[in-house]
Design a protein around this ligand. Structure first.
Ligand code: ADP
Ligand code: MG
Length: 265
């Protein structure tokens, strides 16, 4: 297929996540200075940038772990309505917040598993308590997702009995069990010992290959180049560069992105 054909094909896929002009301040510090991103179904977007550039805040504003000051977030066409409460921006409808979060599963750098629950309980908790699934169907789904990421045999263990790589794979299974529209990953391999990084990247590559829509904050340039179809480089709260990874990472538009890729930023 020609380049033009591919572009047209990609443009016809429905929009999964549409973020417009997101702004966020902490006190006087403006951490996000108007970030926009459109992710279509099956897109894998790698988000790159130096420490402090706003990557985590961007993901956290998308799923409302932080409240953006202004801007729009639409998930599958549903707009998250923000209003002014006690002088600060806040989501208007908390039921909507739950609904949006259920569509956007997040995987954190530090796994964030519940330590007092077994692996199976970690994966079934939200489907039962947030989605209202019955225990049997939640358990069947959890076991399938644990098998998918290769840790089904650990289902009755506690998180502390697993390696970091296994814990992160459980966290991915937990995210998958919610049938999210979009998965958000915040440096999922940064807390892992180097020898455990690949088992997690392999799971993420498999998810990308099966067409999951994903936003991935990462320092893994190989993953960004090979598994992502879009890359976004943040610098001081702005989108400094973006494009198709194999093009823009070989030939950055921005000098800062070039420096970042060469390791000198
Ligand atoms: P990144 O993930 O790219 O390293 P972050 O989004 O974590 O960057 O942080 C961007 C900036 O926002 C940093 O300067 C950080 O110190 C600041 N920041 C993040 N969260 C908070 C917070 N809850 N309160 C105050 N400042 C914050
Ligand atoms: Mg971060």
């Amino acid at each position: 297929m020609s380049e033009a054909g591919q572009t047209q094909d990609a443009a016809m896929k429905p929009i999964a996540l549409d973020v417009k002009e997101l702004h966020k301040k902490f006190g006087q510090h403006e951490v996000l200075k108007g970030i926009s991103l459109t992710a279509r179904d099956h897109d894998v977007v790698a988000i790159l940038g130096s420490s402090g550039s706003g990557k985590s805040t961007f993901l956290r504003c998308i799923n409302l772990l932080e409240t953006p000051d202004s801007g729009e977030v639409r998930v599958k066409g549903e707009l998250i309505k923000m209003g002014q409460r006690r002088g600060a921006a806040a989501p208007i409808d908390m039921k909507q917040v739950d609904r949006i979060r259920a569509k956007l599963s997040m995987v954190f750098q530090q796994f964030n598993l519940w330590q007092h629950m077994t692996i199976l309980e970690n994966v079934t908790a939200a489907p039962i308590h947030v989605l209202g699934k019955d225990r049997k169907s939640a358990t069947d789904k959890a076991e399938a997702m644990l098998a998918k990421v290769g840790v089904a045999d650990k289902r009755h263990f506690y998180p502390s009995q697993l390696s970091g790589g296994q814990q992160q794979r459980v966290a991915i299974a937990r995210a998958l069990a919610m049938d999210p529209e979009v998965m958000l990953f915040d440096e999922p391999t940064s807390a892992l010992d180097p020898e455990l990084v690949n088992e997690v990247l392999k799971v993420m590559r498999d998810l990308a290959a099966e067409g999951r829509t994903m936003l991935v904050v990462t320092h893994e340039m190989g993953f960004a180049k090979e598994a992502a179809n879009k890359v976004m480089f943040l610098h001081q709260g702005r989108v400094e560069d973006e494009g198709v990874p194999k093009d823009v990472m070989a030939n950055p538009n921005s000098e800062r992105f070039r420096q970042f890729l060469s390791g000198s930023l």
